[in-house]
Write a protein that binds this ligand. Structure first.
Ligand SMILES: Nc1ncnc2c1ncn2[C@@H]1O[C@H](COP(=O)(O)OP(=O)(O)OP(=O)(O)O)[C@@H](O)[C@H]1O
Ligand SMILES: [Mg+2]
Length: 219
């Protein structure tokens, strides 16, 4: 589904922060992306959802060479990739319901066609009681779950989550992990960036480990 070949990344004139990355994210797969702070996890995720172009190497997403994509091609490919950002990026003037519905509204879907799906998904992440709350009154864990629901509302083929348990206590982290695994069982590929060892110990999953700019993969 996504393939990297000898990908390198540098910011401006700085040193290469990622070097010679070659790997694939398979359909319906589940993997952790880990490594110390500053190792480049968020940078790698940004390349995975086409927010950042590599400085060298080849990235193929859903069969398309990223370097040849035009601006007009991006939305249809991005729509198939759900992203949970490290800092959530919820819109403060919108309720949980409105934030989660936003990707569909932006696409011009009529509210009648999605209202129930949005409510069901918000219930699935355990935020049914917070449907009409604004982000300012949500806890860190609640915002996290709202961001997860928003990433999933358009049924992506792959979910990328950046430190999705960074702001929650261990019981909620386990619950979120179960949600991701349930999602994966229903056919969505999942990539979770984390440095939470306790979380990774809970499941046998592929690990992609970044250090010193390089990637080691343990299947
Ligand atoms: N926009 C940017 N401009 C310049 N350098 C950047 C930029 N974003 C990240 N970097 C650098 O790239 C390297 C990797 O950063 P990145 O945020 O990808 O790491 P990370 O593994 O996600 O860290 P964390 O676990 O703290 O979230 C760091 O050295 C960082 O300083
Ligand atoms: Mg990061």
């Amino acid at each position: 589904m996504i393939r990297f070949e000898n990908v390198g990344l540098r910011y401006d004139m700085g040193p290469e922060v990622l070097r010679d990355l070659s790997f694939e994210i398979q359909k319906k797969s589940f993997q952790f992306l880990t490594g110390p702070s500053g190792a480049g996890k968020s940078s790698l995720l940004r390349m995975l959802f086409l927010a950042l172009k590599p400085t060298r190497g080849l990235i193929t997403v859903l069969g398309r060479d990223v370097a040849t994509l035009s601006r007009a091609d991006l939305p249809s490919i991005r729509r198939r990739i759900g992203v949970v950002f490290q800092d959530f990026r919820l819109l403060d003037h919108m309720t949980t319901y409105e934030n989660v519905a936003l990707p569909l509204r932006v696409r011009g879907r009529s509210e009648d066609s999605y209202r129930q799906d949005v409510v069901d998904l918000i219930q699935w992440v355990g935020l049914g009681e917070r449907l009409h709350a604004y982000p300012v009154v949500l806890s860190g864990g609640e915002k996290q779950r709202a961001a997860i629901a928003r990433a999933l509302i358009d049924r992506p083929d792959v979910l990328l989550a950046d430190e999705p348990t960074g702001n929650v206590d261990p019981p909620l982290a386990r619950r979120l992990l179960r949600l991701f695994m349930e999602l994966n069982r229903s056919g969505t590929a999942v990539v979770i960036a984390t440095h939470d060892l306790g979380l990774m110990e809970q499941v046998e999953a592929r690990r992609m480990v970044l250090s010193d700019g390089r990637l080691a993969v343990y299947d």
